[in-house]
Design a protein around this ligand. Structure first.
Ligand code: NG1
Ligand code: ZN
Length: 536
């Protein structure tokens, strides 16, 4: 207790106005970096408790604010298998962070240990990393103080992408077991991806150069590093990395990156887009990916998370068929309400695969995807992955092929399962997956875009007095509260053809979001404005 008290005194939490609390949201704690020192310290306390509760397995802590501006930062916890912190524990994080004094903090900490039957003398281990934000340096020092005060073994992996940290947590915990996920080092991550990429390509060549915009974030140096592990000529891999300046923090996510491209629906202005060149953007911590090109005739064309999802589902679905496993393995595609309606129709009617809709936030999608042998999940913003169950992995390895085609399908599936990050959405790994699929299909980005036509849509952010008044149901597609609002939205939607709209409170910002789709761009805009006025 004394050690925690003394260390905590060095990392005070900035009090909020009366009646307001810090909450562990969809992205952990995220806010202006200067508010985060004490919060990060307390997250360290929780991570040590979590490790002790989880039989001393390693827990991860990542310091990042993803696509947010440079002045922000954030901190979140990663569970032993590399997935997000169990939901119940988010409340404990909130309780620790909002304790009003150092003494109360120790009280909450000890009460949690008693209530959760945690042996505070058991060993504990936490592995951590941060993105390139300058504030990350002092925040991990606060974290290290908490690990020190609680006698927790700490492994500092320094600067990483978010998905690399998730990989390292799982690799650390599975080392030396039959389920070993990979060598628990940054090099181990690159080696695993490069080897699986080679196996998945199976002698194919990539169809044209690719420009990768790294949002001036951690993805830049990490992608450069990864490329050293790939024999480029062998695959015709011609990647130009742009917006990879991490030495000028103020330009992080500024007019570039996956979030800019998705929300502004245009290419980053710098470097000047070259017509026809295949391009993609990562976000600031390299867990989101959006593809696009500027067409000399039709202008900017974007291939977002829904496109990546349907591309993966179509390719993997075909492989499973050729591998003779269609009756054995259940494939499911998980989306949120923000998925374009045309993608949902394409997946259900053309690919004949089930689509499940969950609330926003990857933890929800990940959880549902785990219920399938092959669970494909992506948010429209480009964050997602494909999960393979132990049964699926076993089937890829153990099935006796009756033909060369069947053998090829089984081997490609096994390679994809290694290439695709199984812990969380990973822009670098997802990009390699997309390149493998396009190489197999011999598709250009235009071929990919031709699979279906997006319904025109509009997303708006609406300032509201109190976003907590907005309560939703049906995977956030309908409002329960404020009373009467949903009826008004229904009336508005009825006025348009092929229309759909919903409103919900953001989990990461103090605002509501309205999404609308309709047959034409002007109708989608009009409907979004109408719904915005209803909830304002
Ligand atoms: P909120 O702020 O709850 O809408 C946003 C994104 C999510 C997810 C989280 C976490 C949209 C519409 N929402 O959530 O998809 O990525 O941030 O980063 O893109
Ligand atoms: Zn991110």
């Amino acid at each position: 207790d004394q050690a925690i008290l003394a260390a905590s005194a060095k990392h005070p939490v900035v009090p909020l106005e009366k009646g307001r609390f810090y909450t562990y949201g969809t992205a952990g704690f995220r806010m202006k970096a200067d508010l985060l020192d004490g919060i990060t310290f307390r997250v360290g306390l929780l991570a040590s408790l979590r490790s002790r509760k989880q039989n001393s397995r390693a827990i991860g802590v990542m310091v990042t604010a993803s696509h947010n501006p440079a002045a922000d930062n954030g901190v979140k916890i990663v569970d032993p298998l590399g997935d997000m912190l169990e939901q119940e524990w988010e409340h404990y994080a909130t309780a620790l962070v909002n304790a009003p004094s150092d003494e109360k903090l120790v009280e909450v900490y000890n009460r949690l240990a008693v209530d959760l039957k945690i042996d505070l003398k058991a060993p504990a281990k936490v592995v951590y990393g941060r993105d390139t934000r300058p504030s990350g340096h002092t925040l991990v020092a606060a974290l290290a103080d908490a690990l020190d005060a609680t006698n927790t073994e700490a492994v500092d992996f320094k600067i990483l992408t978010t998905p690399q940290l998730h990989y390292l947590v799982r690799a650390t915990n599975s080392e030396g077991t039959p389920l070993a996920y990979g060598t628990p080092s940054e090099t181990g991550y690159y080696e695993k991806l490069a080897e699986a990429f080679g196996r998945a390509m199976r002698g194919r060549k990539i169809n044209g150069p690719l420009v990768v915009d790294c949002a001036n974030g951690v993805g830049g140096p990490k992608l450069q590093e990864f490329l050293k592990y790939i024999p480029k000529e062998k695959y015709n891999l011609d990647v130009t990395v742009v917006n990879d300046d991490v030495l000028r923090p103020e330009i992080l996510n500024l007019e570039c990156g996956a979030d800019f491209v998705k929300t502004r629906q245009r290419a980053p202005p710098n470097p000047k887009p070259q017509p026809g060149v295949r391009s993609c953007s990562l976000d600031g911590d390299a867990d989101r990916l959006i593809y696009y090109w500027v067409d000399p005739d039709s202008g900017f064309v974007m291939l977002d998370g829904d496109r990546i999802s349907s591309l993966a589902a179509s390719f993997i679905g075909d492989l499973v068929e050729t591998a003779g496993l269609r009756d054995e393995l259940r494939i499911g595609v998980v989306q949120t309400a923000y998925a374009n309606g045309a993608s949902t129709t394409y997946i259900t009617q053309h690919l004949k695969l089930p689509v499940i809709c969950t609330p926003t936030g990857v933890k929800h999608l990940h959880h549902v995807a785990q219920g399938y042998d092959i669970g494909v999940y992506f948010e429209a913003n480009g964050h997602g992955t494909v999960l393979f169950s132990p049964d699926a992995l076993q089937a890829f390895r153990k099935t006796q092929p009756q033909s060369p085609a069947q053998k090829e399908a089984l081997d490609t599936l096994a390679a994809l399962a290694d290439l695709i990050n199984q812990t969380v959405g990973d822009a670098i790994s997802d990009m390699l997956m997309v390149e493998v699929i396009l190489a197999h299909k011999k598709w250009t980005l235009r071929d990919w875009a031709m699979t279906y036509t997006d319904l025109p849509n509009r997303l708006v952010r609406v300032e509201v007095g109190n976003k907590d008044l907005f309560e939703t149901t049906d995977a956030e597609r309908r409002l329960l509260r404020p009373e009467g609002a949903q009826e008004e939205i229904d009336q508005a939607v009825k006025k348009y053809k092929d229309a759909r709209a919903f409103a919900r409170a953001s989990g990461t910002e103090n605002a509501c979001r309205v999404y609308a789709e309709a047959a034409t761009r002007s109708e989608a805009n009009e409907l979004a404005e109408r719904v915005a006025r209803i909830i304002e």
